[in-house]
Design a protein around this ligand. Structure first.
Ligand SMILES: [Ca+2]
Length: 322
């Protein structure tokens, strides 16, 4: 009984098989599309996504394995005669009817989309210009833009900030694959170092005189060396603003030597005159009498009061006698 059933099943299966095969359309081979793929006129890079849609439904998607080339296959069954829309990175790059792959197994079709545009903004610090000019410029994504920094007279190019190929080169490139800002920095060429010993100065013998040194130009910071005893050697003070005491009155000369931080260092010297007078209680020679000293003024005040008092008494006696 079981054997008879098995035989019957086998016979039915054999009889039904050709009928089933005849009922369905013969499965066609995959239909291939291939060709170039460009973005903004340049070869699309490896890894670019190419997809195929039929009636807005994605039927295939690949990532390219060679720059500027793609190859994709779709199943033609049920789609013959329908429009296949191809997208490159999600942007429509071409379309073609789905043909019978039995007749045309591979269709040549080039895909192209416009490049995405980004803005390169040029800027400067200090005095100078750039090419392209300061401001915004639009480029197709992936464009390597040559850029140049041009200092004004009296200024030097220092460096770029931003995503440039070589930050220390005045002429370099920027690859515009996003909105970018690059800034050229310019530095002023320093003027000559000039030392200034200040003055002229006035002082009193035996009292310290404050001196004030300064410098300009060159490369800060500066170091200071004074010749206060006028022996020709700048060996008396390294303060910028030293004090010095001359024991006796006279006209003196002080010298200041300034050294800057450049390599090699620059130096400059300057002199100033100092007029020193004898210390005097009378304040002669510009030496101010020490102010706010009631102890010293008191005898004079007392004398004045006594004179006034005496004159008053004398006047009263004269009135009494007359
Ligand atoms: Ca000296």
């Amino acid at each position: 009984m079981r054997i008879k059933l098995a035989i019957l099943t086998t016979v039915l299966a054999v009889l039904l098989l050709p009928a089933t095969a005849l009922a369905a359309a013969p499965p066609g081979p995959p239909l291939g599309f291939t060709g170039s793929v460009t973005i903004g006129g340049v070869d699309a890079p490896v890894g670019t996504t190419v997809s195929a849609e039929i009636e807005s439904i994605e039927v295939a998607s690949i990532n390219t394995s060679a720059a500027g080339q793609y190859s994709i296959q779709i199943a033609p069954e049920g789609n013959i005669g329908k429009m296949v829309v191809f997208k490159v990175n999600g942007v429509i790059g071409g379309e073609h009817l789905c043909v019978d792959s039995w007749e045309t197994p591979i269709v040549s079709l080039n895909l192209a989309i416009s490049g995405v545009s980004y803005t390169l903004t040029m800027a400067v610090t200090g005095n100078g210009s750039t090419t392209p000019a300061v401001g915004g410029h639009d480029y197709t994504s992936g464009t390597a833009v040559p850029i140049t920094a041009i200092p004004d007279a009296g200024w030097l190019f220092d460096s770029w900030t931003g995503d440039v190929a070589d930050t220390l080169s005045a002429s370099t490139t920027v690859t515009v694959d996003a909105d970018k800002t690059v800034t050229a920095s310019f530095i002023e060429i320093p003027g000559a170092l000039v030392a200034d010993a200040g003055g002229s100065y006035n002082g009193t013998a035996g009292s310290s005189v404050s001196l004030s040194g300064s410098a300009s130009g060159g490369t800060a910071p500066y170091t200071y060396a004074w010749d206060l005893d006028n022996d020709g050697a700048y060996d008396d003070s390294t303060a910028q603003n030293p004090s010095y005491t001359w024991a006796s009155a006279g006209d003196y000369t002080v010298g200041l030597q300034v050294t800057d931080s450049a390599t090699p260092a620059n130096t400059d010297t300057d002199t100033a005159s100092v007029h020193v007078v004898i210390a005097s209680h009378g304040g002669v020679g510009g030496t101010a009498y020490p102010p706010n000293k009631p102890a010293i003024l008191a005898p004079w005040i007392a004398l004045g009061v006594a004179i006034i008092a005496g004159a008053t008494i004398f006047a009263r006696r004269r009135r009494a006698e007359s």
